[in-house]
Unconditional design. Structure first.
Length: 81
């Protein structure tokens, strides 16, 4: 079986940003994004509750990491660490 590419920038940096995987502990910090109706107005989902949508999205990203299907990166401003 051949290994799949990971399609992630985890650990990469630019002059201003660090890239890393999303972690379960990031949920509360990212949740306000899902509370803004504009952030997901073009998503195809039957879920309308922002908290449930956030949980589904987080679980999907964690599944993708585990199965080497890519996923989202969290961008951290390097000066805010």
């Amino acid at each position: 079986m051949t290994s799949r590419p990971k399609y992630l920038l985890d650990g990469h940096t630019t002059g201003r940003l660090s890239f890393r995987k999303i972690e379960v502990t990031d949920f509360d910090a990212c949740r306000p994004f899902f509370l803004n109706p504009q952030s997901n107005r073009y998503w195809k989902s039957a879920i309308t509750d922002p908290n449930e949508l956030a949980r589904e999205w987080f679980n999907k990203q964690l599944w993708r990491y585990e199965h080497h299907r890519g996923g989202m990166n969290l961008l951290v401003h390097r000066e805010s660490k």
